[in-house]
Design a protein around this ligand. Structure first.
Ligand SMILES: [Zn+2]
Length: 76
């Protein structure tokens, strides 16, 4: 298990979904019907301009405690 390098809490694995809206989808969580309606799910809504070219197959890790996201990034 990975722990957050900032606060030490356990991080949660998932995928970063980038289109048409950026959000974090935790492992085991079903893809929401609409990425614009994440309320009531465990998905985390993210700022839109951030990650439009992200590879959604890569694992991403979040720390809900200190709002940290860790993942590989694409080189341009
Ligand atoms: Zn943390």
């Amino acid at each position: 298990m990975n722990n957050c390098p900032y606060c030490g809490q356990e991080m949660e694995e998932g995928r970063l979904m980038a289109s048409p809206k950026s959000y974090f989808l935790p492992l085991g969580e079903e893809k929401p019907m609409s990425p614009f309606i994440l309320k009531g799910t465990r998905a985390i809504s993210l700022a839109p301009p951030l990650l439009s070219s992200i590879n959604q197959a890569n694992p991403a890790f979040v720390c809900r405690s200190c709002k940290t996201l860790i993942m590989p990034f694409p080189e341009t």
